[in-house]
Each structure stands twice: as structure tokens, then as C-alpha cells.
Design a protein around this ligand. Structure first.
Ligand SMILES: Cc1cc2nc3c(=O)[nH]c(=O)nc-3n(C[C@H](O)[C@H](O)[C@H](O)COP(=O)(O)OP(=O)(O)OC[C@H]3O[C@@H](n4cnc5c(N)ncnc54)[C@H](O)[C@@H]3O)c2cc1C
Ligand code: SF4
Length: 509
């Protein structure tokens, strides 16, 4: 006799969760594919396919282990919202006790709590996934005016002992960020990543039939290359450790027209759906570094910092600052995203390449997201809501807790500086320094005010001019304002005019 349901959400595919250790005939695991979750933003087709396919595999594994499982497929009912479908299943089966792993998104948490108003007993337990808790974050920053990632990261290094020698950081320094900034050399032969191949055609066709609004393309659905279970995800990671890890540190910020993921690990989807465990991944990277002399410390520390540092930190911010965070717009930006964000048809090579590969692979690496797409949008004055909507949809790894904190906070400075100590903006100088986009572009990266000058250049100076009142006293921007002040008035006026022209003609860039 089934007495309670344990509901597994699409980003809760953790096979090592303590729930699954004991088989209990009074418990049934429920999986629900629904239109509501697939369409609150238009998601990339690869993301929807990846999640549904992985959920189906996970459910089958549980069944094989002897657990009771109910699986609701996307075409099985006309109901749209997860809680309505769950309500129907509960009524059919006469179940009132509902157990959830704590969702990572506030929107989902609030939705699930609504089930209480329908008479259900609803409980939440830990996903057993993250290394820190929202309380750890809260305690670290109580009474502080900004949240410094480095403080939280160091605290977690000490707490876990990862990359530590007693009380001291391995390698003698906490952070090797200054060694993560090389361009890919011309004669460098890029090491290719391992790509699994899964036939997801059946799920893909059901999603098309269900008319879910999606973006991007899937390529050949018989050879889907994102991981769909823990074994595949570990195979990707282990291959990366062996063949690519050593270059991660050096080329972490590099960009090139010749590739789409360089030495990045592409494990974010597997981590965010919890197929991979972040603690295990950090420990595996640490052991590999210790056992293999050719792995430099800037690769090991640089990689571990992304997971133990940035990822945990962003989750802390999410629960500390939501829901207010989702409304913040420090610069009061109001522009609409240009239409070419949806097809990549722009003459700016850096934007074209980053957007087109995002549509094709549901992926862009961190620097493309931050210093190309985010940078341009901030300089051009795009409304953060517009950008959030786009970022939440397009990437395979986009889940609100980690998308919104990166987009609004780190990339758009919409929170006024809680996350980033200054806005992440640059002219063409940085983009040219880190890659070969500018060498392949219709615009001239060296000039600022000609009709073919790189749009980033005039926008960059105009951004600081426009937002002088809000930014002038920022201690990290003294140099920028001093350089601007040294320009002649006529030059400033030309920059202003060129920037105005660009802002009024974003669609034509
Ligand atoms: C505007 C913007 C939006 C972003 N949106 C998302 C998002 O929706 N989902 C997402 O997972 N990441 C997001 N990021 C962070 C980062 O770009 C991706 O995690 C990374 O590109 C994923 O690729 P990877 O697995 O190859 O990463 P790698 O470079 O190999 O890094 C390893 C892992 O570190 C973690 N990581 C790295 N940087 C960050 C970060 N800033 N915040 C949190 N975790 C990090 C990821 O889990 C990643 O898988 C965003 C960054 C920016 C600037
Ligand atoms: S010149 Fe400007 S627009 Fe072109 S690739 Fe370089 S930074 Fe991008």
C-alpha cells in the first residue's frame, strides 16, 4: 500500500541521495514532465531534451533497483503546471503525504508550498548536494556591505580541507587568478573534449509534438552529446582531467573563433542537475593534481575556485537576496535586446560567434558570457529583465539560482555592487587581448569614433560618462575617470555622439 510520494524534480537527479538507500514499498517516487516547467522562459531545445531524457533514465534505474516509480510523460495530460498534475496523480492514488528535496529555485519552492493549501502534508529535505548552506553564507556576511567571494571561498577551503596544507593554502597562495589570463598561442593544437553520444530522438519528437516553445537547434538527435546520467558525466570529467585540465588555468579566459569550449570542463549541466556531486568533483581534481606533476597549481586552484568558490557563493547570494534581487536595476537601464540575440546575425564577430555557438550548442564559456555578451549588453543599456530572460533560456546549465546571480549581479551590476566590486565592462582592448575575434571582425578594434570603429570602444567611455554620479566614487575606477578627464572636450563629444548613434541603431550593428 503506497502511503507517500517522494517527488523528484528535473534538476534533482542525484543517484547517491540517501532516499534511495533503502527500498520501501510504502513509498513511490514520482517524476513529472510538464509544460509549465518547460515554458516559463523559452528554453533551449537541448536543455529540455537533456532534462527529460535524463529524468526518464533516472526513473528507469530506480525501477530496476526495486523502487516504486510513477513517471508522467509530457504528452500524457493537458494540465500544464506541475502541481496540478501532481494533484491529479495524488487523488487517483489516494496519497496525501508529499516529500520533496528542497528546490533550488524560489519560484518552485513557493509553488510547491501551495500544495498545503490543497490539503496535502508537504515536507522538504536536503538535496545533499551543496558543500555549504545558505546559513553558512548568511553568517559569513552578516552586517557586511558587500559579499566578497574570496572570503567565502577561503572559509570553504578551510572547512573542507580542499587544497590545504594544515591551515595554509597549497602552493602558498589562496588564489592564482593572475595566472589565468593567456591567449591561445597561434601554434597551439587544441585538445578536443570527449563527447558522449545518446539517441534522444523519441524524447525530442514528443517535445516537438507537445508544442513546447524552445530556442536553438539540436543537430542530430541520435548523437546528443550532453551527459544524461552520472556515468556519462564522470566519463566526460575524467577525460577532461587527463587531457585538458593542465591547460585550464592558462587559457581559462581565452576566446577564439576556432572553438566553442576550449579547456572548460562542460560539466555545469551535470552539476546543476545533480548527476555530479561538487565535493566529489573538487576532491577528484585535487587528487589528480597531486598525483600528476604536469598539472600546474593555477589549473588546480583555478578550477576548484569555480566550484567551491563561485558556485557555492552564488547559491548563497540567491537565498540571501531573493526575491528582491530579481527586480534590481541599479543603472535603470531600459533598452530591449536587439533581435539578433535570437539568431546571431550581427557584424560584431565576438557577439556573432558567442551567440551563434550558444544557439547551436546551448553553451558559451564564462568569458564569452561575461566579457562579450554581458559586457555589450551592459554598455548598451539593456534592461536586466530582458537579459535574464535570454540567459535563463539559452544555456544548458541555466537554472535561476545560478543564472540570475551571474547575470544581474556579476555581469550587469544591477545589484549596485554587492557581488562585483566594479562593473565588468571593457572596450575592444580586452577582447582583442584575450583572443582572435577582433582580427576577424568587420569593425576596427583600434579606433573609437569612425563609422567602422568597434562599438565597444565608444560605448565603454560613454558608459562611464553617463553613470558618473553612480560610479565616480568607486575606488576601483579612479584610473578610468582620470584617463577620461585627460581627454579633450572635442574628443569626449565625438565619443558621446558615436555612442548615441550606436545606442539608437543597435539592431543594425
Ligand atoms: C552572465 C552569466 C550567466 C551565467 N549563467 C550561468 C548559469 O545559468 N548556470 C551556470 O551553471 N553557470 C552560469 N554562469 C557561470 C559560468 O559561465 C558557467 O558555469 C560555465 O560557463 C559552465 O561551463 P563549464 O562547466 O565548462 O565551466 P568551467 O569553466 O569548466 O568551470 C567548472 C564549473 O565551475 C562552476 N562555475 C564556474 N563559474 C561559475 C560562476 N560564475 N557561477 C557559478 N558556478 C560557476 C560551474 O559549475 C562549472 O561547471 C554564468 C556566467 C555569466 C557571466
Ligand atoms: S572589433 Fe569590437 S565588435 Fe569586433 S570582435 Fe573586436 S570587440 Fe568585438
Amino acid at each position: 500500500m503506497v502511503k507517500s510520494f517522494r517527488i523528484i524534480l528535473g534538476d534533482q537527479l542525484n543517484p547517491n541521495h540517501s532516499w534511495f538507500k533503502v527500498i520501501n514499498s510504502e513509498i513511490t517516487y514520482v517524476f513529472i514532465e510538464c509544460k509549465g516547467e518547460g515554458s516559463y522562459a523559452p528554453h533551449h531545445i537541448q536543455k529540455v531534451v537533456g532534462i527529460f531524457y535524463s529524468m526518464r533514465q533516472f526513473a528507469n534505474t530506480l525501477k530496476k533497483q526495486g523502487h516504486n516509480v510513477i513517471y508522467h510523460k509530457i504528452l500524457e495530460s493537458k494540465e500544464i503546471e506541475l502541481i496540478d498534475i501532481l494533484d491529479s496523480i495524488c487523488q487517483k492514488k489516494g496519497v496525501q503525504n508529499l516529500y520533496f528535496q528542497h528546490p533550488d529555485e524560489l519560484r518552485m519552492l513557493n509553488n510547491l508550498k501551495l500544495l498545503r493549501t490543497r490539503g496535502y502534508h508537504v515536507s522538504f529535505s536536503s538535496t545533499e548536494h551543496f558543500i555549504s548552506t545558505p546559513e553558512d553564507f548568511h553568517e559569513t556576511f552578516a552586517g557586511k556591505k558587500t559579499y566578497l567571494m574570496e572570503s567565502f571561498y577561503r572559509k570553504l577551503r578551510k572547512k573542507t580541507g580542499i587544497l590545504m596544507q594544515g591551515n595554509q593554502p597549497k602552493g602558498g597562495k589562496w588564489n592564482f587568478d593572475n595566472l589565468n589570463r593567456n591567449k591561445i598561442p597561434k601554434d597551439h593544437l587544441l585538445q578536443k573534449p570527449y563527447l558522449p553520444s545518446t539517441d534522444v530522438t523519441e524524447v525530442y519528437q514528443e517535445i516537438i509534438k507537445a508544442n513546447l516553445p524552445t530556442i536553438g537547434s539540436i543537430g542530430d538527435s541520435k548523437t546528443f552529446f550532453w551527459p544524461t546520467n552520472t556515468n556519462q558525466a564522470l566519463a566526460i570529467f575524467d577525460y577532461w582531467l587527463k587531457h585538458q585540465f593542465k591547460f585550464f588555468g592558462d587559457y581559462q579566459d581565452a576566446m577564439t573563433v576556432n572553438d566553442w569550449s576550449l579547456y572548460h570542463s562542460r560539466i555545469s549541466f551535470a552539476l546543476n542537475t545533480k548527476m555530479l556531486d561538487p565535493y566529489t568533483i573538487c576532491r577528484r581534481a585535487e587528487s589528480y593534481f597531486e598525483e600528476n606533476e604536469h598539472i600546474p597549481i593555477n589549473a588546480a586552484e583555478g578550477f576548484i575556485r569555480q566550484i567551491l568558490g563561485w558556485r557555492e557563493y552564488m547559491r548563497g547570494i540567491y537565498w540571501e537576496r531573493m526575491p528582491k534581487f530579481s527586480k534590481e536595476n541599479f543603472f535603470e537601464h531600459s533598452k530591449k535586446l536587439p533581435d539578433w540575440f535570437w539568431n546571431g546575425e550581427t557584424k560584431m564577430k565576438c557577439m556573432e560567434h558567442s551567440i551563434k555557438q550558444s544557439l547551436k550548442y546551448a553553451y558559451a564559456h564564462h568569458i564569452q558570457r561575461l566579457m562579450v555578451i554581458g559586457n555589450f549588453s551592459l554598455l548598451a543599456g539593456v534592461h536586466p529583465d530582458q537579459l535574464d530572460f535570454w540567459f535563463l533560456g539559452i544555456y544548458i546549465d541555466a537554472f535561476q539560482w545560478v543564472e540570475i546571480t551571474n547575470t544581474r549581479g556579476m555581469s550587469q551590476y544591477a545589484d549596485g555592487g554587492w557581488i562585483a566590486t566594479k562593473p565588468y565592462v571593457s572596450s575592444a582592448n580586452y577582447i582583442n587581448k584575450m583572443g582572435d575575434y577582433c582580427q576577424n571582425c568587420s569593425y576596427n578594434y583600434k579606433t573609437k569614433t569612425d563609422s567602422d570603429s568597434c562599438p565597444f570602444n565608444a560605448l565603454y567611455w560613454d558608459f562611464f560618462d553617463r553613470h558618473r554620479k553612480k560610479l565616480f566614487n568607486n575606488f576601483r575606477l579612479g584610473m578610468v575617470y582620470r584617463t577620461y578627464e585627460k581627454m579633450k572636450d572635442a574628443q569626449k563629444e565625438e565619443l558621446r555622439e558615436r555612442a548615441q548613434y550606436i545606442m539608437q541603431n543597435l539592431e543594425a550593428l
